[in-house]
Design a protein around this ligand. Structure first.
Ligand code: GRF
Length: 210
């Protein structure tokens, strides 16, 4: 069980059903994760994630990206919503927007994303379909820091899953989600314990988990 020290304050950004948000909320409730979700921000008013947050007593903010002049203006509004509630770490849990420097610079190396493939394979949307179409025998999910690219930031953790012979997309998506729901809260707990560091070097930044 996780101790009381080092409780991190999360802001979770969502666009969809919010099962990864639910996994975070469940892990907190079960004391497997020393965190507090201060706010859930959605760019979609109908996101299934919103009632999940409300049920857990977490404040929600809906910011429709179409209402903003551009990506930077939208990200500035997201940053305000996060800062107002004292967010330290930002989790993208099915958030279907590319971030600009406005958000990234406000939370440098403090934005993490979960992606349903073993990066750098199959970045972007429809990762599970990309993997099936390619015919890989093993896929998985990746938790990584977010940078300005699409699913290109330093990798924190990955978990692999065999693709079943003749597997359909829905089956793979669901089995991957179950793996995501384990991995994401686990990684957030490593962060809460101060075990995740980023090392620079001459090439790309990489992550050490102590
Ligand atoms: C997950 O597959 C996640 O990896 C991807 O978007 C999906 C979100 O699902 N980034 P949910 O909204 O957490 O149920």
């Amino acid at each position: 069980m996780a101790g009381a020290a080092g409780v991190i304050t999360l802001g979770v950004l969502v666009s969809g059903s919010g099962t990864n948000l639910q996994a975070i909320l469940d892990a907190i409730a079960e004391r497997r994760l020393d965190a507090r979700v201060a706010v859930v921000v959605s760019n979609k008013a109908g996101a299934g994630a919103l009632p999940r947050a409300a049920r857990a007593g977490v404040p929600t903010v809906v910011l429709d990206h179409n209402a903003y002049a551009g990506r930077e203006a939208f990200d500035a509004a997201v940053v305000s919503a996060l800062r107002e509630r004292g967010v330290e770490w930002v989790v993208l849990a099915g958030f279907m927007r590319i971030l600009t420097r406005v958000l990234l610079d406000a939370f440098p190396m403090r934005v993490v994303n979960i992606h349903p493939a073993l990066l750098p394979s199959f970045p972007g949307t429809d990762a599970q379909r990309q993997a099936l179409d390619y015919g890989v025998r093993v896929t998985g999910c990746t938790v990584h820091f977010v940078d300005a690219g699409t699913d290109t930031g330093p990798i924190i953790a990955q978990r692999a899953l065999d693709v079943l012979p003749g597997e359909e997309l829905e089956s793979l998506k669901n089995r991957l989600l179950a793996v995501e729901h384990q991995l994401l809260p686990e990684v957030l707990q490593w962060i809460a314990e101060g075990r995740v560091g980023v090392v620079g070097g001459k090439g790309r930044a990489s992550v050490v988990v102590r």
